[in-house]
Design a protein around this ligand. Structure first.
Ligand code: ADP
Ligand code: MG
Ligand code: MG
Ligand code: MG
Length: 394
């Protein structure tokens, strides 16, 4: 089945229904309803349902520009290909943690996939009090299996470099380099700093010790092609219930440092924990220790069983790898925290704190933690030290 119109056209709720029928995803005479439900910054997401049959599908379409900005900020349509290829790739290793893909089309920049509406976006659920007891167990396994499988420890050099070329993703990497690593550490026009917090932000912008370590982390992001990353694994890219977890939205996928995916998950969980009342925080802090515990156990088992590197069984090599992944993760978590406080896209659960004094205190605490994670990343030996650091500032 191919689309009759060969060139790109932005879908509407009406043409999305026509497309779904053309793809034979529903009977030609089915009564369908379509709503555009996208709430992200970049893309359109159409949910098409057949109420009579209680079934639905999702069509995600990239626009040739950034959705929240408009045509003034063009962005490659190829991100839709990256996203669908990454989801297919993850499905080889962890099908239980990604949506099923029904159809993709590069010219239309669409991914047609399983409707996950029975689950909730984790960022939203955490903000309304859910805790998702299995979230970190699932994400730890997702990360260890997808990242090990695409590393030099599981792939030969030819195969790995071909995969890396397929996920050459410079435009999306540039967004991360600018909006996560660079702009939040300078007085840049895209930042979003509450007036009263300006002195706090300025202290970071003038902190030479911090800037040097932040520069090193950015360079690690740009140059350490360790594995195929998700690349945008914040809590808005995860659907969950108490039983299930599904990772979506890997349009930033590229070959990068393993600690980046781990660090983003930890940072966003930590920000949600900071936004909560103390009595209610433990269930979220658990995710920080658990994601790393499960990652370590799963990654180590894969290493022992499947490592193709001649050096694999050399004493201390696995421990060395885990240690540097962890230190990277702590540093990247720091970068992500600072950008969610002072950069363009803030942590929604912190912004939702209406009491000014409380919100400002949470932001100051987060900024202090972010700075310490970046500067002292190699001194944090384990996730429990991250949790302790948080408990000391609040
Ligand atoms: P963006 O790249 O623009 O951030 P996302 O992939 O994060 O787009 O999707 C935006 C929103 O669309 C999600 O927060 C979710 O509400 C909805 N959505 C995306 N994929 C699905 C899906 N498979 N099932 C149900 N809803 C989805
Ligand atoms: Mg998204
Ligand atoms: Mg979203
Ligand atoms: Mg996205």
């Amino acid at each position: 089945m191919t689309l009759s119109q060969p060139s790109y056209e932005a879908l509407t709720e009406h043409t999305a229904i026509t497309l779904a029928k053309k793809l034979e995803l529903f009977d030609s005479n089915a009564d369908l309803v379509c709503h555009e439900i996208g709430d992200g910054n970049l893309n359109m997401v159409f949910r098409i349902t057949e109420p009579a049959a209680q079934r639905g599908i999702i069509i995600k379409q990239a626009l040739p520009y950034v959705r929240v900005i408009g045509e003034g900020w063009p962005l490659t349509l190829n991100r839709a290909v990256i996203e669908s290829e990454a989801l297919r790739h993850f499905a080889k290793h962890v099908p239980q943690f990604v949506p099923e893909i029904y159809y993709t089309d590069a010219a239309y920049a669409i991914t047609v996939m399983e409707d996950l509406s029975h689950l909730t976006i984790v960022r939203t659920g955490l903000a309304s009090g859910s805790t998702y007891p299995l979230l970190s167990t699932h994400i730890g396994e997702f990360l260890a299996k997808t990242l090990f499988a695409t590393s030099d420890f599981a792939m030969g050099p030819q195969e790995k470099r071909e995969l890396a070329l397929q996920f050459h993703n410079p435009e999306l990497c540039k967004i991360t380099e600018n909006f996560v690593f660079t702009y939040p550490l300078f007085d840049h026009e895209t930042n979003d700093v509450e007036d009263i917090l300006r002195p706090t932000a300025e202290a970071l912008w003038n902190d030479q010790v911090l800037l040097l370590e932040a520069a090193k982390l950015k360079q690690t992001f740009m140059t350490h092609a360790e594995a195929l990353l998700h690349g945008d694994l914040h809590t808005g890219s995860i659907f969950a219930s108490d039983e299930e977890t599904k990772v979506i939205d890997p349009e930033f996928a590229f070959y990068g440092p393993i600690g980046f995916d781990v660090g983003l998950f930890i940072a966003n969980t930590l920000l949600s924990a900071l936004a909560r009342e103390e009595s209610d925080r433990a269930a979220l802090l658990f995710h920080i220790t658990q994601v790393w515990d499960v990652f370590t156990i799963t990654f180590s088992n894969l290493w022992r069983q499947n490592n193709v590197d001649d050096f694999a069984q050399v004493e201390g090599y696995l421990e060395y790898q885990l240690q540097h992944i962890w230190a990277d993760a702590v540093g990247f978590a720091g970068s992500e925290i600072i950008r969610r406080i002072f950069g363009l896209a803030h942590a929604r659960d912190i912004e939702a704190i209406t009491e000014d004094a409380h919100r400002l205190a949470v932001k100051r605490n987060a900024a202090a933690l972010g700075r310490d994670f970046i500067v002292n990343r190699s001194l944090y030996e384990s996730p429990s030290q991250i949790v302790q650091a948080l408990q000391q500032v609040v």
